[in-house]
Write a protein that binds this ligand. Structure first.
Ligand code: ADP
Ligand code: DP6
Ligand code: CO
Length: 356
């Protein structure tokens, strides 16, 4: 098709949320968005919490823009700009190689994005959001870069986003290079390696958090005396142990490490000056419910983890669905404010589970 000045080129991509079991919290460079420690996550199903983004470009567009859930969203910040610049440079190299290609790298971009879950509420919207952002533009530009190469770009939008370029079990290796170019995500194991693992998402609050992840972690790095020990000693050891637990499909070790790392992350938040409280009374009720479920089972059959917000994610193995979800529902029925909505990944909830 011959292009004219009014031709609009477009591509649509989705990206799922990932929930870290070993948390990223702290940057070595705010400019490169590189982390103080490696991290590891499970990517949730595309059918559940996800972002869908359509990227379009045209010679007729006057400026770059993003519309998120219907509202305009600022893209003038350094992090969105870094993603645009990296993707345009890759497209430009393609156009230089093949002059018959339309000069999309010179056109302004419009992104229309929708999250089907709460934004900025501690359910990793920046992860799904920037992964979909990068993938949609990469598709529009017909780039052939690998998911790891795209993860290097998504990382600059939001750190956790680099892990949402892969399904399954994903590590973000912090890297050692000064330019940050080896700070990328790699897949530890595909979803099929451990397809019976499930996550229940307990949405306690869909309110926007008071302290964004970006500013919260910067405050922690600057003020917490516990933090250096977490970043340089505790997490590196946990990363290795977690990889082994996943390779061996050892749920008990996976659960132990997941809960310990969530608690360590929230401890350094509390140790920040002024202290940051992401978990609330309802979150703590979820912790107690999981502890009780594990005590009754005589082994760890469920693992809680909380990102930078009050909402709980409970990992469990499908074979234990009834002994995990049944008591969870019961334990929370009488807890004010806890939770008002349940979601689920790769699973069918027991009948009546979502009823008041
Ligand atoms: P969360 O816990 O939800 O990841 P963050 O504080 O890390 O919260 O990031 C929230 C920010 O991520 C939003 O204010 C927005 O700037 C960005 N974001 C969320 N969803 C999208 C999206 N679909 N596309 C682009 N950016 C997004
Ligand atoms: C608690 O990736 O949102 O969810 O890089 O500043 O955008 P920025 O931060 P972000 O931080 C995520 C923090 C976390 C843990 C994790 O996902 O590893
Ligand atoms: Co985030």
């Amino acid at each position: 098709m011959a292009s004219s000045s009014s031709t609009i080129y477009h591509a649509t991509a989705t990206a799922p949320v990932n929930i870290a079991v070993i948390k990223y919290w702290g940057k070595t460079s705010t400019k490169l968005n590189t982390p103080t420690n490696s991290s590891l996550s499970v990517t949730l199903s595309q059918d559940d919490l996800r972002t869908i983004t359509t990227a379009s470009c045209s010679a007729a567009f006057k400026s770059d823009g993003l519309w998120l859930n219907g509202d305009t969203h600022d893209v003038s910040g350094a992090r969105s700009q870094a993603c645009f610049a990296e993707l345009r440079a890759l497209r430009k190299a393609k156009e230089d190689n093949d002059p018959s290609l339309p000069p999309l790298s010179t056109y302004k971009l419009h992104l229309i994005s929708e999250n089907n879950f709460p934004t900025a509420a501690g359910l990793a919207s920046s992860a799904a959001g920037f992964a979909a952002f990068v993938r949609a533009i990469a598709d529009l530009y017909e780039l052939n870069e690998s998911p790891t190469e795209l993860s290097r770009i998504a990382r600059q939008g939001s750190g956790s986003a680099c892990r949402s370029l892969f399904g399954g079990f994903v590590a973000w290796e912090k890297g050692i290079r000064d330019d940050g170019n080896d700070s990328v995500a790699i897949q530890i194991a595909p979803e099929s390696h451990w397809s019976t693992i499930r996550a229940a998402i307990l949405v306690i609050s869909d309110a926007k958090k008071g302290v964004s992840s970006t500013s919260g972690m910067q405050a922690t790095v600057a003020t917490s005396t516990l933090f250096p020990n977490r970043a340089s000693i505790v997490v590196p050891a946990r990363m290795e142990a977690m990889k082994k637990a996943i390779i061996e499909r050892d749920f008990e070790t996976f659960a132990e490490l997941t809960m310990a790392d969530s608690n360590s992350f929230h401890a350094v938040c509390l140790d920040t000056v002024p202290p940051i409280f992401y978990m609330n009374d309802a979150s703590r009720a979820a912790v107690r419910a999981v502890e009780e479920i594990n005590r009754c089972a005589g082994k760890k059959v469920a693992a809680y983890t909380f990102d930078a917000g009050p909402n709980a994610v409970i990992y469990y193995d499908e074979e234990n669905q009834d002994i995990v979800l049944g008591p969870l529902k019961k334990a929370t029925a009488n807890t004010p404010g806890w939770p008002d909505k349940y979601s689920h990944i790769n699973t069918t909830l027991p009948e009546g589970f979502n009823e008041a």
